[in-house]
Write a protein that binds this ligand. Structure first.
Ligand code: SF4
Ligand code: SF4
Length: 211
């Protein structure tokens, strides 16, 4: 049976052992659990996450995956995403955002925006040095700052990025197969229609009188 308060003394003994061991133990590196930040940078695990970013393929202008559907904006629990859809010269809506802001002073890193995005457009970054003296405006991150390449995503979350790439490739193959099947069906229907018309023309041809 443990005496009341004995856990405190056990804990203090472990602390004392590590303290003394950090000076004399040949393997003292393992006992030093603090890091001399910022001189020593922490090694982030692959699953670490902070705030969202937007992915583009090859080119930030033409390769942006986001289509401004606003699903993430609606689903974000603290409502810290603000999106305005882009328009062309005639005022017609374009499937991309003109404005995409995230207020990271409010974002709680829940990743719901990532989960609900149907276009694999938004992912969680692992940056952590974003402090600023400006409490409000300075912590609103704009589209040009949010846009990062798929290569960057592959670097920070390689496993997750590989799964995403595989899903995108599978969807591309499926879409191409569906388009090919539709084209073949249309061509077959056209050929059948032409054959039908030809047959009808042959049967309605008047018989030539006998000489
Ligand atoms: S991580 Fe959560 S809080 Fe932050 S923008 Fe996405 S949905 Fe909103
Ligand atoms: S990030 Fe995804 S869910 Fe959000 S607006 Fe863009 S495409 Fe839609």
């Amino acid at each position: 049976m443990n005496l009341p308060g004995s856990g405190i003394f056990k804990g203090m003994a472990v602390t004392a052992l590590n303290f003394v061991g950090s000076f004399f133990d040949p393997k003292r590196e393992k006992r030093l659990i603090t890091e001399q930040y910022p001189e020593e940078r922490p090694t982030l695990v692959e699953t670490s996450r902070s705030f969202p970013f937007l992915i583009f393929d090859n080119d930030p202008e033409t390769g942006i995956r986001c289509v401004a559907c606003k699903i993430c904006e609606k689903e974000c629990p603290p409502q810290c995403i603000y999106i305005v859809q882009d328009k062309d010269a005639n005022g017609k809506a374009i499937r991309r955002p003109a404005i995409f802001d995230i207020d990271i002073s409010v974002c709680m890193g829940c990743q719901i925006c990532v989960e609900v995005c149907p276009f694999e457009s938004i992912r969680m970054d692992n940056i952590y040095e974003v402090s600023s003296y400006g409490r409000f405006g300075d912590l609103v991150i704009h589209k040009n700052q949010l846009l990062k390449s798929n290569e960057y995503y592959r670097q920070i979350h390689p496993t997750e990025a590989a799964e995403t790439d595989a899903r995108i490739e599978a969807a591309r193959i499926k879409k191409a197969a569906a388009a090919k099947a539709a084209a073949e069906k249309a061509a077959a229907a056209k050929a059948a229609k032409e054959a039908e018309a030809k047959a009808a023309a042959t049967t309605t041809q008047p018989e030539q009188p006998a000489q």
